[in-house]
Design a protein around this ligand. Structure first.
Ligand code: RP5
Length: 169
């Protein structure tokens, strides 16, 4: 179900190798009817392009940005520094302690410029959070989000292998 045609969520990743994570985010946004766009823009290999993307994102109609990066993972913070759109950062696994380096880089933003950070590699949660931000001003999206949550809960209640499962009807 798609209810917006112009992208509202911009998904930026540091490398093409991050694409599987971006695809997971796109799938969830598609399911919720939120149009998105995907770009590979490295903060260190293409800093001028990243600056252009960040400074034009709002006027192009984007409302939330998702930034996916591994290793030093400065992309989410550099993006957030150049736009007032909310940025959701996804630290990627690999590197030191399988993503601990990226997690700390993304979550430890100095005060003044926040990046909403999800778990290592958890692009699904980034998409859900982006949708929740948009849903504040979009009753239709709010209902689709609520329905998804309820279906998620129902799937657990309906699971026949849950022999010691929920006692509440
Ligand atoms: C970061 O370094 C990217 O976001 C990626 O997660 C990681 C590895 O990049 P590649 O070496 O695969 O280009 O810039």
């Amino acid at each position: 179900m798609r209810s917006s045609t112009e992208p509202l969520v911009g998904i930026v990743m540091g490398s093409r190798s991050d694409m599987p994570a971006a695809e997971k985010a796109v799938a969830i946004l598609d399911e919720l009817g939120v149009a998105s766009e995907v770009r590979v823009i490295s903060a260190h290999r293409a800093p001028a392009l990243l600056a252009r993307y960040a400074t034009t994102a709002e006027e192009r109609g984007l409302r939330v940005l998702i930034a996916i990066a591994g290793l030093a993972a400065h992309l989410p913070g550099v993006l957030a520094a150049q736009t007032i759109l909310p940025v959701v950062g996804v630290p990627m696994p690999g590197g030191v302690a399988d993503g601990l380096d990226a997690l700390l880089s993304v979550v430890q933003m100095p005060k003044g410029v926040p990046v909403a950070t999800v778990g290592v590699g958890n692009a699904e949660n980034a998409a859900l959070l982006a949708a929740q931000i948009l849903a504040v001003e979009d009753p239709g999206l709010r209902e689709r989000f609520r329905a998804r949550r309820e279906a998620q809960t129902q799937a657990i209640l309906d699971d026949p292998t849950n022999v010691d499962g929920p006692v509440l009807a």
